[in-house]
Design a binder for this molecule. Structure first.
Ligand code: TEU
Length: 589
């Protein structure tokens, strides 16, 4: 149904530059760098990647791994130089690939010159580029922040930071080192447009826009509803996500800049769930952004209404319901969407949604590949997902977790629950399951020391996962163990099949084949000339599944167990092995 476009058919590969590949060309030993990305472009081209999205490479104190930007037009020496970026763009273009930059403009670093000016005096011309508010005072005359919003990263403190010099608070939703820009100020909007033009003129093809739905906050910054009475601060997303001027700002950005380039844009939109609100951003007729990241799948194990570091049990039917809802939303209401289940803020998908045991890790990674490569939307693959990389092993101590969110959370829980080992153990379990660190271990290229990520005599900034000798790209390239495909080979084949049958998998219809089965997620995708049925067993047990007659499956053509076509009946009841996924060719109608 949807109008065809290159950015709908593209496969986007997200690189977290610090952990991708180090060539030693950056200023910090043991960090990934831009020349490391350039050195892997043939690997990515061969995989089937069209667009490379790099997490921030700009000048930054790295408090939040580059999501605290101090200069939007220069590169952090850890990653290299602007010349290295120009070379990367040249090498991408040679391979008919594109670069997507990570645009973080809800906030800057507190070391950005704009903020240094703004905080220098209450009368500085840039004062109103950020969100300053006077303190409140309680009945005993004690100074209080302007409202009860908690900081997002680790929820350790207030979202407001006191500035002694000018005697006011400034809003910094993530950490005190990430002050929020005041988008009500037209000078801020103009400055952001200038940053977009700078990179588009330099040859980038678009942007992933960090928490772009937070740039408009509700007037007056009202107190948030109390979710946890025992906590001093509360999650305030009701008042800082999808605020009153969001669409005005996005449409302005599109009119002033994006519409003048053949660009790709994806908005990261945590917390939003309302479908009408989503369509206001991605509707074909809206001229705001091409698509967004919707968090329902990656928030599936969050306690509803809370931030990320919480644990909520879920069922395979929840994956079915979420995926079906958003496939329908796009196809029925001409919106567009992204398909992703991993990024640098989430644990590894094989550890979260399936089984990452030695027995089932590869099968599970291929099951998740089969789901994603047969769903409608622009597909995003996160570095290492194509290898079936998994979470840090449970025995790795919290001290090895480097992410500011994990550190804040672990410190807060140890302070809060001193002398209560059960609660501390529960906090450790949350990190073992949910820490962003699991996605930030160095990519495992080979069984060489440091998994080939950096030279053997250098300590990587973050530990390499302990399974790198068995889980790595080299061992999966020329796979010939009996009748099996490696995770990497399965991803190559899945991406090639998606391209070959884009009329079905990118643009085709979506029909859920079973709304009852407790663990099997099955759906049919149909284009004009061809149709396929995807059947996924999200359980570690063998299950029976009745192939619906109306699915009109003609033959099974691929599966995550054997390389050869699955030998199963195309009607009546079939057996599905633990974490087995199969793809069948079907009659269109
Ligand atoms: O993350 C946005 C964000 O709020 C969610 O990813 C999640 O709530 C967060 O990870 C805390 O649990 C973006 C970036 O992807 C993330 O890396 C940055 O830390 C954050 O914004 C601030 O820039």
């Amino acid at each position: 149904h949807a109008k065809h476009a290159w950015w709908k058919e593209s496969v986007v590969y997200q690189i977290y530059p610090a952990s991708f590949q180090s060539t030693g060309s950056g200023s910090e030993p043991g960090w990934g760098d831009i020349r490391g990305i350039t050195s892997k472009l043939d690997y990515l081209k061969h995989l089937g990647v069209d667009v490379v999205w790099t997490s921030p490479i700009y000048k930054s104190p790295q408090v939040d791994m580059g999501y605290d930007i101090a200069d939007y037009k220069d590169i952090d020496p850890r990653f290299g130089t602007l010349d290295d970026v120009d070379e990367l763009i040249r090498e991408l273009k040679k391979r008919d690939m594109k670069l997507m930059m990570d645009l973080v403009v809800n906030h800057t670093s507190d070391q950005h010159q704009w903020f240094l000016d703004s905080r220098s005096s209450a009368h500085n011309p840039k004062r109103d580029w950020y969100i300053w508010q006077p303190p409140k005072y309680d009945e005993n005359g004690g100074r209080q922040p302007p409202n009860n919003w908690s900081m997002i990263l680790g929820e350790a403190n207030s979202a407001w930071t006191w500035d002694e010099k000018t005697q006011e608070y400034y809003l910094a939703l993530f950490t005190p080192e990430q002050p929020d820009l005041n988008w009500r100020n037209p000078d801020v909007r103009k400055a952001v447009h200038d940053v977009l033009r700078f990179w588009l003129e330099r040859g980038a093809s678009g942007f992933r826009m960090d928490v772009i739905n937070m740039i408009s906050k509700v007037e007056g910054y009202p107190d948030a509803p109390v979710v946890d009475p025992s906590a001093p601060f509360q999650p305030g997303q009701k008042f800082f996500a999808n605020g009153p001027h969001l669409h005005e700002y996005l449409r302005d950005m599109n009119e002033q800049v994006l519409s003048k380039y053949d660009s790709i844009t994806v908005g990261e939109m945590p917390f939003v769930r309302d479908q009408d609100e989503i369509l206001k951003v991605v509707g074909a007729d809206r001229h705001e952004l091409n698509m967004i990241f919707i968090f329902d799948l990656v928030d599936i194990d969050n306690v509803p209404g809370s931030f990320r570091l919480t644990l909520h049990e879920w069922q395979p039917k929840d994956i079915r319901d979420i995926v079906t809802t958003y496939q329908r939303l796009m196809l029925d209401r001409d919106g567009w969407n992204s398909v992703f289940i991993e990024n640098h803020d989430n644990p590894r998908s094989v550890s979260r949604y399936t089984s990452d045991t030695d027995e089932f890790r590869a099968l599970s990674a291929k099951l998740l590949c089969l789901m994603q490569t047969t769903l409608s939307g622009t597909l995003y693959v996160y570095q290492g997902e194509e290898l079936g990389m998994r979470n840090l092993r449970p025995e790795v101590p919290p001290e090895e977790y480097k992410d500011i969110e994990s550190i804040n959370y672990w410190q807060k829980m140890n302070k809060l629950h001193q002398g209560n080992p059960a609660k501390i153990q529960e906090a450790r379990r949350v990190l073992q399951r949910k820490a962003r660190d699991h996605a930030r271990t160095p990519v495992q290229w080979s069984a060489e020391p440091n998994a080939g990520f950096c030279d053997p005599n250098t300590k990587p900034w973050m530990m390499v996962n302990t399974d790198y000798q068995t889980v790595n790209a080299t061992s999966q390239r020329t796979y010939n163990e009996d009748d099996q495909l490696s995770v990497l080979q399965f991803w190559k084949r899945g991406l090639a099949s998606r391209k070959e049958h884009k009329d079905v998998f990118v643009y085709g219809d979506f029909e859920l084949l079973d709304s009852e089965h407790s663990t099997v997620f099955a759906y049919k995708r149909a284009g004009k000339e061809a149709a396929f049925a995807t059947v996924l067993n999200f359980s570690d047990g063998e299950v029976e599944w009745a192939v619906p007659e109306h699915a009109k499956v003609e033959r099974w053509v691929a599966g995550n167990y054997e390389k050869s076509a699955p030998k199963k009946a195309t009607s009546g009841s079939i057996k599905l092995r633990p974490w087995e996924g199969v793809l069948g060719m079907a009659k269109v109608a």
